[in-house]
Design a protein around this ligand. Structure first.
Ligand code: FES
Length: 559
């Protein structure tokens, strides 16, 4: 193998070459590890603070077996990890920080290729962003979804069913004991959330992009095939070095169009819109909300997994996983896109047919996510149509405005909250700069008063994101956000709002002069941070329609 990147470190004549070899040998390596073996970094987002990724040390051990078998030297290294359930104010605040950590850890070290171990929501896009910028051969190995929870004869899918059961608990239909039982069984194994939330969506899209071996995304974390997949990926990483297939050769515009198509077919998370725009931005490709909407309109949602459907990731795995999904929609894909194993996407999925047409359906509705525009969202907003109530997709109602999430949380269970089933709930100051960090606050809980009347959904609008495990007629990512003076900032309680998903419109039914007048007197809230990473974030984060990457991390956009 010639022209290895790591040779710059270890084959250097004189003191520095010797010192690098000597100090690494302090880990117990014999001299012949420097005889030209390719060095494969294993970029591990393992952390006991990220339960979804806590088994990744074992996955790394399997990757090492594969690297060694292929004649390479594996070297595992940590990066920061992003645990969705624990980090405050939100993991999204730190996605770009992890991407910087991944990029610079790869670039600064003697690596010829890198294996990216991910799972929990933001860890996958952060690694893809960092690896795309570093641009040495890279392969993604997801940790896989957890197994289904079991409660009173019901199979539970992590976040989605947890939220549904919480509404029962809030309204007195579950006891304290039952609620405690749910806590013990809803997340019972290693792995990430087992619905088509953001984690499952992003690992599936890593596969659709061609950045994993085929079939990698849906293998459950505790399944023995997860480790076999990791070992094979370690071997593939060594082969990638010789081929010179770096991320920028795999992450083409056509590959991103494939990923968007698969996103719609999965009924995947709205968060993927932001993440795909950001990953594409790292290789100089500008994805727009129009790209997503154009593809959504021609792509059926075929995957019947919660929250858009009925099943869980485990079922999708048994039905054939992402390759079977891509096989089903093959006519909509760019089959010639090259992937990490050297084959095209078309070759990888050609023979994997669905084993269960209840899980991977043959007929279905339009793709999962619609992009909205209008005077309330001049730069766009998103709605997950497949998780919304059909009758509410065309709706007009009076607004009830929450200035902040704190206000919403304080009021939402009030018996005298002046709302009814037609009210449009509006919540602001929840965007990238306003919250700060663009948290998953957009799934405003249903007012208790309405739940008690049997109303389970209503139109809700914010500049926040929503967990991929959530559901409802929820409009998200309103851009520009209210904290920078987007029109959401000047909605008043009682204003009429019209949602028309078929026409892709979201409008405040107030005259342009009145909106302009209100915006004239808008004053931004004071910044949340004056120093540190928070200050860097506020100074440089872009809006939702631009992927929320930092402006200085994006190269010149050329496509
Ligand atoms: Fe990690 Fe859901 S909390 S994927």
């Amino acid at each position: 193998m010639k022209n290895k990147r790591s040779s710059q470190w270890f084959q250097t004549p004189g003191y520095h070459g010797m010192a690098r070899r000597a100090w690494l040998r302090s880990e117990g390596f014999p001299a012949d590890v420097f005889d030209g073996k390719p060095i494969v970094g294993i970029c591990n987002s393992w952390s006991e603070l990220t339960n979804c990724n806590v088994h990744l040390r074992e996955v790394a051990a399997a990757v090492k077996r594969g690297v060694l078998a292929a004649g390479g030297l594996p070297l595992e290294f940590p990066t920061i990890s992003l645990g969705e359930m624990l980090m405050l104010p939100t993991t999204m605040m730190f996605r770009n920080l992890m991407a910087m950590d991944v990029e610079e850890s790869i670039r600064a070290n003697p690596l010829d290729a890198v294996v990216l171990l991910c799972g929990c929501d933001k860890t996958t896009p952060a690694q893809l962003m960092g690896a795309a910028s570093a641009d040495i051969p890279a392969i993604v190995v997801p940790g896989g979804p957890m197994l289904a929870g079991q409660f009173q004869g019901q199979r539970l899918g992590s976040g989605t069913d947890g939220r549904k059961l919480f509404d029962l608990y809030r309204t007195g239909k579950l006891t304290d004991e039952e609620w405690s039982e749910v806590e013990g069984c809803i997340a019972r194994t290693s792995g990430h959330c087992t619905v088509m939330g953001t984690a499952s969506t992003m690992t599936s899209l890593a596969e659709a992009l061609g950045m994993t071996l085929p079939g990698s995304a849906s293998i459950p974390a505790p399944d023995s095939r997860r480790m076999a997949n990791a070992e094979l990926s370690g071997r593939a990483a060594v082969e990638l070095i010789e081929s010179g297939r770096t991320p920028s050769r795999i992450l083409t515009r056509e590959a991103f169009e494939n990923a968007i198509t698969v996103l719609m077919a999965l009924g995947g998370s709205t968060n993927a819109v932001v993440h795909l725009i950001a990953i594409a931005g790292r290789v100089g490709i500008r994805l727009t909300l129009d790209d997503f909407d154009r593809i959504a309109r021609k792509t059926p949602c075929v995957v019947n997994v919660k929250p858009s459907g009925e099943y869980l990731m485990e079922d999708l795995f048994h039905a054939g996983g992402v390759p079977a999904v891509m096989n089903r929609i093959a006519s909509l894909l760019h089959g010639g896109c090259v992937t990490v194993n050297g084959k095209t996407i078309g070759q990888n999925v050609a023979t994997t047919v669905s084993q269960d047409d209840n899980v991977i359906r043959t007929i279905s509705a339009e793709g999962g996510i619609a992009m909205l525009h209008g005077n309330l969202a001049p730069n766009g907003a998103v709605i997950k149509v497949t998780a919304a109530t059909r009758e509410l997709l065309q709706h007009r109602g009076g607004a009830y405005v929450f200035e902040t999430r704190d206000q919403m949380m304080a009021e939402i269970d009030r018996d005298d909250l002046p709302v009814d089933r037609d009210t449009v709930l509006v919540m602001r100051n929840c965007g990238p700069k306003g919250a700060p960090g663009f948290p998953e606050w957009g799934h405003i809980p249903m007012p208790k008063k309405l739940l008690q009347q049997g109303v389970t959904d209503m139109v809700r609008i914010s500049d926040a994101r929503m967990s991929g495990t959530s559901f409802g007629t929820v409009i998200l990512h309103v851009a520009p956000e209210s904290a920078v003076g987007g029109p959401l900032a000047v909605v008043k309680t009682g204003d009429e709002i019209e949602l028309d998903v078929a026409a892709r419109r979201l409008d405040l039914k107030v005259s342009p002069e009145e909106i302009e007048g209100r915006l004239q007197s808008f004053a931004p809230p004071p910044p949340h941070y004056q120093r540190g990473y928070g200050r860097l974030f506020l100074d440089h984060v872009t809006q939702a329609d631009q992927g929320c990457d930092f402006d200085f991390l994006m190269p010149e956009v050329n496509q």
